[in-house]
Design a protein around this ligand. Structure first.
Ligand SMILES: [Zn+2]
Ligand SMILES: [Zn+2]
Ligand SMILES: [Zn+2]
Length: 293
């Protein structure tokens, strides 16, 4: 009877293909060399990882299909997506599809030595031989392959102007980079140019929009001031973290206390001033209320 195997990792096995054993039947499985989970049999890659690696290659092709030769000089191009500035050759980035294709072709050349050539496009050629490549890592150079293909995908996305926009802030949950995407799916540009959502590239958390992200970041930094008062904040950051402090007060603190005179300040110092001011405001307010008119 067929069933979905329930793989349980086995302790102390000496045969790789028995790394996992099904809880319900006698089947065993090797481990996937990409995600370290069960591969589902004797293979070294699981279905999910195989599909993911193939998708990277498919996306590269899809980006290259979006290339318009007029985009090479984006400043003059009528075809350039609004709002988007691609990295040009001027700043050392890739300048056209040939840069992306040369990465793919160098891998095709390496694999052709062992697997022979055919008429497929380079991305198709590689995608069709991932299974071979992972089982022959020394011949195929598999250890570098997934990373190189992601680099090529990044280049392809960049030349067609679909790289995500990086926000200057960091993720309050994991300190990863946060971005707003320019595409709905790989190679499918957003109609409005940019997604509203803010996405962390580290923990993958998604905020509804920049406002929600900033609110979360602010709460996190206020916590940081309490947990680790030595963390340094710049004047611009402090203004965003404590929006209730008006410009005049920041100016006062700078003049009277030298706040931010020598660059960033420990969050604890700023937080203390903010709290003292808040309690002063409360007291003055309370006294005023009690003072008979
Ligand atoms: Zn089973
Ligand atoms: Zn896997
Ligand atoms: Zn994160």
């Amino acid at each position: 009877m067929s069933h979905i195997h329930e793989w349980v990792e086995q302790a102390g096995v000496t045969i790789d293909s028995e790394t996992y054993r099904c809880a319900e039947c006698e089947a065993t499985s090797d481990l996937c060399h990409v995600c370290s989970g069960p591969s589902g049999g004797y293979g070294w890659i699981c279905d999910g990882c195989l599909e993911r690696e193939k998708r990277v290659l498919t996306s590269i092709e899809r980006y290259l299909e979006l290339w318009d030769e007029r985009d090479r000089d984006r400043a003059k191009s009528p075809a350039a997506f609004a709002l988007v500035v691609a990295h040009g050759s001027g700043d050392g980035g890739p300048s056209g599809p040939e840069d992306v294709l040369s990465v793919l072709w160098s891998w095709v050349a390496r694999w052709t030595e062992h697997m022979g050539a055919d008429n497929a496009s380079p991305a198709e050629y590689l995608a069709a031989r991932i299974m071979w490549a992972i089982h022959n890592p020394n011949l195929s150079g598999w250890d570098d392959f997934p990373r190189e293909m992601r680099r090529a995908r990044g280049m392809a996305r960049s030349i067609v102007g679909l790289s995500p926009e990086r926000l200057p802030q960091r993720c309050p949950r994991c300190s990863g980079g946060v971005v707003r995407d320019r595409e709905e799916a790989p190679g499918v540009p957003c109609r409005d140019g940019l997604q509203d959502e803010v996405r962390c590239t580290g923990c993958r958390f998604v905020w509804r929009d920049e406002g929600a992200f900033m609110a979360a970041a602010r709460v996190a930094v206020e916590h940081v001031a309490a947990i680790d008062p030595t963390v340094l904040v710049t004047r611009e950051q402090a203004r965003k973290i404590w929006p209730s402090v008006d410009r005049k007060t920041w100016h006062d603190w700078r003049r009277r206390k030298g706040l931010f005179d020598d660059g960033p300040e420990p969050a604890g110092r700023v937080s203390e001033l903010v709290q003292r001011r808040a309690s002063d405001v409360r007291h003055t307010g309370a006294e005023r209320e009690m003072t008979p008119v």
